[in-house]
Design a protein around this ligand. Structure first.
Ligand code: PML
Length: 243
């Protein structure tokens, strides 16, 4: 049996509006395509990429998930900084990462579609193209339907399923810690992820209506090449949610 990586991205007037990815058995291709094309509510361009997966790695479980709610953005951000510090990111570098996301991380202004790679020692940016950033791809759940059911019973959505899978792959690939919140102006929950702390959801990491967000991967620069190769190329299927 062979596996396929199926990726969809849609844009409207040049702006990214929707993206999703699946790793599926070849016999599931048609059903997957029909689900993915229905995802964007409006678009003027959709690109679908289908690739054969040559080597698939199965991983037993995701990072452990926990959630924390705060009364204000500033308390939530202080907590995120503390969690990054506990994960081994120096305070000044964590703050630099947080300030960068709150400005949208793109040096030309606004958001970046990919993630920032930040040197954990100096806070310098390491990605080759700082407008594009680096993208974590080729990651999915082996049984997505079951995972969604478990998360929905806990009041969570597919957004968490996707972000948890992606964060788990990042840590497997050697990212020391990640800080993320969405650029969706209505979605205020973000997270800190690391091997020691797991996937720590934090609300609210920004004010309602704020269109800026992004991802920062804190990495050791001597591991940069192997990390980027793993993030972009290694295909991983996650079996279970860690309890
Ligand atoms: C969560 O609810 O678990 C946090 C998800 C962050 C997703 C970031 C995004 O959708 O861009």
């Amino acid at each position: 049996m062979s596996f396929l990586s199926v990726r969809m991205r849609a844009s409207l007037k040049g702006k990214h509006v929707s993206g999703a990815e699946r790793i599926v058995k070849d016999k599931e291709l048609e059903e997957t395509l029909s689900q993915l094309v229905k995802r964007p509510s409006d678009y003027d361009q959709m690109v679908i990429t289908i690739e054969k997966v040559r080597k698939l790695r199965r991983v037993e479980e995701s990072l452990k998930l926990s959630s924390f709610n705060f009364n204000s953005v500033s308390e939530a951000r202080q907590f995120a900084l503390r969690k990054l510090k506990e994960s081994g990111v120096p305070e000044s570098v964590a703050l630099k990462g947080l300030n960068l996301i709150s400005r949208g991380a793109n040096p030309r202004g606004g958001i970046m579609r990919g993630a920032v790679l930040m040197d954990i020692e100096t806070g310098n940016r390491l990605e080759k193209d700082s407008e594009r950033g680096v993208r974590t791809v080729r990651i999915d759940w082996e049984n997505r339907r079951e995972i969604l059911e478990i998360l929905r019973k806990r009041g969570l959505t597919e957004r968490t399923a996707d972000a948890l899978a992606l964060a788990t792959k990042n840590i497997i690939c050697g990212v020391v810690a990640e800080l993320c919140w969405s650029d969706d102006p209505q979605y205020l929950t973000g997270y800190v992820a690391s091997r020691t702390l797991g996937y720590v959801r934090i609300t609210p990491l920004k004010e309602k209506g704020d269109p800026l967000g992004g991802r920062i991967y804190f990495v050791r620069r001597e591991k940069l090449l192997e990390i980027v190769k793993c993030l972009e190329e290694e295909a991983i299927l996650l079996k279970r949610l860690q309890d």
